[in-house]
Design a protein around this ligand. Structure first.
Ligand code: WTA
Length: 651
């Protein structure tokens, strides 16, 4: 096997999974007794209030149930249970954009979570099963509020702070949230920015379900208060008791909803369970990051995404680790910010997205050399494929050629990693997610369920249910079944399809080749083409639109829109149209969905039945030759016309 990078023995003194033999033993153990092995880990890892009676209930597949009859509380698992042995250990280290610093020990975190949980119960009448939307910046209170919901059995739905009022409103309405927790705002690149006005805008109409808004103070800027609706978190929480009884939850009680983009329609509320989710969050945290008691771990994601849920809050805390929360951006005040923080906090595991690595490589190639990065042991990547150039810079300039890079492949729906190297065991091939984690039966198959030959693309599926998998799409069981279990079968039975393509090589290594559907991956963030298209269609002069992804040097993929106008427009008007289109997108979704390219075309390539041939549009955007048969199009000549428009724009 060529081009393999072996774990550095000096860095990994006593890892949890030491070598590939141990990895294979674990895989075998699951193969011999799948449910029994999961039960073994559930017994070992979870502090049950009452033991489950059934490991896996498949009677209503694909609505699988795990650890049925078990009783637990996820906040107890993440915080309270550690008070016995880790009460004075740092649980959360916060660094603000402006350099503010705050450390919460497990004891302090327990107090804060309890006070907040009491506040939710006493002041806002939040009960088990109620939905609470959290629209907050990267401050410790965001984690505290998530855990406080878990403590009393409320279902949180965190909405990324970069989403617009419209997007927030959609999510509030879909979840029928009773309460919104937000902050006045926060800091970004040295300047305050606001969140509360976005909530005000979102709540203007249609959100009658929301009774109250709770506001955490972060930047102290002036905000408008709506009497009888808006309450200060800081004022309310200080009067609450720091002791709160944990709600006793069933294994399958929903822990949270997290909205994510699919190939069609509006974002879906991915629903996760309590026991299965927390079990895998904790196990993967320990296996994939090789967390040791004295380590300081930093994941740069935002709590608004699944990576923030599982690998800033739930995974690290369930594992009793110290997790860093950073409010700022990696390039402020300069491209050395992250490396300065690694040196100052002596970070042992650093976890980020390839987009950030590419950006820091481009804007600050020589920055890492200014800092002592020797504390690092594991470097993680997530969200998109990492290209060889970024991988090599990460490995050498950041890891000093000694750290293991874990290219973790997973999704909002999988709850935690499903394919990833184990840092002390797996010989790594750059830009390769390597092998399924023990317990995950990930297979690359064709539609009929046959394994695809070596080197050929197939569908990335998980062919057995696993504890941390998505349980449902909030309020839409049909869509859940159709979205994930409608495409692939194995032995005649529908299996979970990720929506990604993948390939296996002659050594069994898995490479993810990207989405097979109409989901675009912008800076590691999932964006549905349907969402962007429906925003653009709101422009009164747009007759039709098709959006595709186009490779982008930093963002991985950028958004490329083909727009058909209603009127006859001149080029100057088109420039104005681009601005107008982008401002609609900003209003409807948020700045993360802005188009990198907008081209105006006379029509879209459609089949005679009216289906837009996106593959052709993707090829044109990428500047690739068209390999599809265009003779079946309603108007085959449109392809050449679009090509020449795109080519002339590129000049
Ligand atoms: C992509 C993020 C290649 C993939 C955790 C998936 C990846 C989508 C990787 C999920 C990786 C995630 N290599 N592609 N290591 N990790 N993806 O739900 O297309 O925001 O389906 O979850 O990101 O995005 P999501």
């Amino acid at each position: 096997m060529s081009n393999l990078f072996y774990p550095n023995k000096e860095k990994f003194k006593a890892p949890l999974i030491k070598n590939m033999c141990e990895y294979k033993d674990l895989v075998d153990e699951f193969a011999k007794d799948y449910e029994g092995t999961w039960a073994k880990f559930a017994d070992m890892k979870i502090d049950w209030f009452e033991k489950y009676h059934t490991i896996l209930d498949e009677s209503n597949a694909p609505f699988y149930k795990w650890f049925v009859g078990g009783k637990l509380n996820v906040a107890y698992q993440c915080v309270d249970r550690h008070l016995k042995t880790k009460k004075n250990k740092a649980a959360i280290i916060f660094e603000g954009d402006n350099g503010d610093q705050k450390i919460l020990t497990y004891r302090e975190l327990a107090y804060e979570v309890s006070k907040t949980a009491n506040m939710l119960r006493n002041q806002f009448d939040i009960k088990k099963g109620d939905r609470v939307v959290i629209y907050m910046p990267m401050i410790p209170e965001a984690a505290v509020c998530m855990l406080a919901c878990a403590k009393i059995g409320a279902i949180h739905s965190v909405v990324f702070g970069g989403f617009s009022a419209e997007a927030l409103k959609d999510r509030i309405i879909d979840a029928e949230a009773k309460l919104v927790i937000t902050s006045d705002g926060a800091y970004r690149k040295g300047k305050p920015y606001m969140l509360k006005p976005v909530v005000d805008e979102a709540l203007k109409e249609g959100c009658e379900c929301v009774k109250k808004v709770c506001i955490v103070e972060r930047n102290g800027e002036t905000i408008e208060w709506v009497a009888g609706r808006d309450y200060s978190y800081n004022e309310l929480v200080k009067n609450e008791s720091s002791f709160c009884e944990s709600e006793i939850m069933e294994s399958e009680d929903p822990l949270f909803l997290l909205y994510t983009s699919g190939s069609t329609g509006k974002p879906k509320g991915v629903q996760h369970s309590s026991a299965g989710y927390i079990l895998w969050a904790q196990m993967t945290m320990e296996w994939v990051f090789d967390i040791k008691d004295n380590d300081t771990y930093w994941c740069t994601a935002d709590v608004g995404w699944i990576t923030g849920h599982t690998y800033i809050v739930y995974g690290p805390l369930a594992a009793g680790a110290t997790t860093v929360m950073f409010e700022g951006v990696p390039t402020f005040p300069d491209a050395g910010r992250c490396w300065k923080m690694v040196e100052e906090y002596k970070i042992n595991q650093f976890y980020t997205a390839p987009t950030a690595i590419r950006l820091l490589h481009k804007t600050g190639e020589h920055e890492p050399a200014k800092y002592d990065l020797s504390s690092l042991r594991v470097l993680g990547t997530v969200g998109e494929p990492i290209d060889p150039a970024a991988w090599s810079w990460y490995y050498n300039a950041i890891g000093g050629g000694k750290c293991s890079i874990v290219d973790t492949y997973w999704q909002t729906e999988t709850g935690g990693h499903i394919i990833s190297p184990l840092p002390a065991a797996t010989p790594i091939k750059p830009s390769c997610a390597t092998f399924p984690l023990p317990g995950i039966v990930a297979e690359i198959i064709d539609e009929a369920g046959n394994p695809t030959p070596i080197g050929e693309k197939g569908f990335m599926c998980v062919t057995k249910p696993w504890p941390s998998m998505i349980r449902n799409i909030w309020g839409d069981g049909d869509r859940f079944v159709k979205s994930y279990f409608g495409d692939c079968k194995k032995d005649g039975k529908p299996v979970y399809f990720t929506g990604d393509g993948a390939m296996i090589d002659e050594d069994g290594y898995i490479t993810i080749t990207g989405r097979t559907d109409d989901v675009i991956n912008v800076s590691g963030h999932r964006m549905g083409t349907a969402e962007v298209e429906s925003a653009i269609k709101k422009h009164s002069n747009v007759a039709a639109v098709a959006v595709v992804g186009k490779p982008h040097a930093i963002k991985g993929e950028g958004i490329f829109a083909y727009v058909v106008l209603k009127g006859e427009d001149t080029v100057t008007e088109e420039m104005q149209m681009v601005q107008e289109i982008n401002s609609i997108i900003k209003k409807e979704i948020g700045a993360i969905a802005l188009c990198d390219d907008v081209v105006f075309v006379p029509d879209l390539p459609k089949t005679r039945s009216g289906k837009i041939m996106r593959r052709i549009l993707r090829a044109i955007a990428k500047g690739e030759p068209i390999t599809q048969d265009t003779s079946t199009l309603e108007d085959p000549s449109i392809v050449g016309k679009i090509e020449s428009i795109v080519n002339s724009c590129a000049l």
